[in-house]
Design a protein around this ligand. Structure first.
Ligand SMILES: Nc1nc2c(ncn2[C@@H]2O[C@H](COP(=O)(O)OP(=O)(O)OP(=O)(O)O)[C@@H](O)[C@H]2O)c(=O)[nH]1
Ligand SMILES: [Mg+2]
Length: 406
């Protein structure tokens, strides 16, 4: 007889559910996992036995300690997909100690890569136990048990043949819920088809799918906008919001979690009012839905962008938008690439990204003013432009192998 779901054929159109459900997702931003560290190896009880050696004494070695389960933020994963398919994370047990004072081998740690921006909650208590934000950051979520002591530890002048030895420490096991809150400086908010993905792809090297049907974007996508002086702003594109989203209409609002770390929200309004939409209504609905999701998020700094300004309808709608909402939006056209520089600058002002250069953006010298340095002599004034150079004294040679003879 076939076991499991072999041989089960579902009628066309019927979606399998329960234990036979197909796992066919590609992006997972919430997952529950079971972590278990390794148990510590037991300490050994043993005595030295050798020809011609009487009363050899205790020689039971210690057990090895159990491995830890470690979550590590990595740039190479962007969701919990692999954990969704394999939610059991077990580290290796420590090996027991042996005679001849041999230590048991320590158990291997299990290192699980998660995307930067992962929040870790304990399922039982609901407590946030870690927030893993910086790539490379490691957090031990289950500590391996300590190795037990072998009887060699217990010998003393009054007890020369101890039989005591201790068992290895217990493993730690718990259920954890991981939640991804994407790390981005700015988050795009808008109705489906407003042009959020178009705006992101016009400004960064991200390549979100762009199409004229609603809900083209199903997963958050982050792009990096790079400025002339290498300052960077990360902008997240999330699925569109529609009226009633807070109650779950459309894709709901769950993905707004990915904007929670953003410093600024960018409202993208289709000013052309495609499909008889009214841009001022769109803006009011967006504000209301965000407010229902989180008042704190709604109160963050925001930039309102009027998109599709290349269309005649957009030009006609603009004055009414300003009148109805009291907001004068930044006018852009993603297809015509107009107004994008002004938007980039506005974004920079709110996010205030750090640069690796010493100058702040405002007082950075313009390279156009740099004097000519091709003649060999470098004028004093030219150094002002070399903001990234450091004039440290060269280190003195001190090691004999580098040629210093003392
Ligand atoms: N005329 C004009 N059309 C634009 C402009 N920007 C975007 N579009 C078009 O609007 C449609 C929707 O663009 P997307 O960028 O996919 O919109 P979105 O907001 O990401 O949509 P969802 O992912 O479905 O939420 C596409 O057909 C774009 O070509 C613009 O500035 N002018
Ligand atoms: Mg999109």
């Amino acid at each position: 007889m076939a076991k499991g779901n072999f041989g089960i054929i579902y009628p066309v159109g019927k979606v399998a559910s329960g234990k036979h459900a197909m796992k066919s997702k590609t992006f997972i931003d919430q997952v529950e996992i079971l972590v278990r560290s390794g148990k510590g190896g037991d300490g050994a009880m043993s005595f030295r036995r050798e020809a011609l050696v009487e009363f050899g004494g205790p020689d039971g070695g210690d057990g090895g300690r159990g491995g830890d389960v470690v979550l590590r933020a990595s740039d190479h994963v962007n969701s919990f997909l692999s954990l969704y398919y394999d939610p059991k994370c077990f580290a290796q047990d420590g090996a027991p100690g042996q005679g001849q004072k041999m230590y048991g081998k320590r158990g291997k740690d299990l290192v699980v890569d998660v995307p930067a921006g992962t929040e870790v909650y304990e399922v039982e208590t609901g407590l946030l136990v870690a927030d893993i934000t910086a790539p490379g950051q490691r957090v031990i979520v289950a500590k391996g048990g300590a190795g037990g002591y072998g009887n060699v530890h217990f010998k003393s002048a009054v007890n020369q043949a101890p039989t005591e030895h201790t068992p290895g420490g217990a493993a730690e096991e718990k259920r954890l819920r991981l939640e991804l809150k994407t790390i981005a400086d700015a988050g795009l908010v808008g109705f489906p088809n407003a042009g959020k993905s178009s705006l992101l792809s016009a400004l960064s090297s991200a390549t979100p799918k762009i199409a004229s049907y609603p809900f083209t974007t199903l997963n958050p996508i982050v792009g990096t906008i790079v400025y002339g002086d290498w300052a960077k702003v990360r902008m997240a594109d999330v699925p569109g919001i529609i009226e009633g989203a807070a109650r779950g209409v459309g894709l709901g609002l769950a993905f707004l979690r990915h904007l929670e770390r953003a410093k600024v929200l960018v409202y993208v309004i289709d000013m052309a009012g495609t499909d008889n939409r009214e841009p001022w209504n769109d803006y009011a609905i967006l504000k209301r839905e965000i407010e229902e999701y989180s008042a704190e998020l709604a109160a963050r700094p925001a930039i309102v962008v009027a998109n599709k300004m290349d269309e005649q309808a957009a030009k006609e709608n603009l004055p009414r938008f300003a009148a109805e909402t009291g907001v004068s939006p930044l006018e852009v056209s993603c297809t015509g690439r107009e107004g994008l520089d002004a938007f980039k600058e506005a974004l920079r002002e709110v996010v205030a990204p750090k640069t690796k250069f010493h100058h702040t953006h405002a007082d950075a010298p313009d390279l156009k003013d740099m004097p000519d340095t091709t003649g060999g002599e470098i004028p004093e004034d030219a150094l002002r432009f070399a903001t990234f150079l450091k004039f440290d004294k060269p280190k003195e040679k001190s090691h004999p192998s580098r040629g210093n003879i003392h």
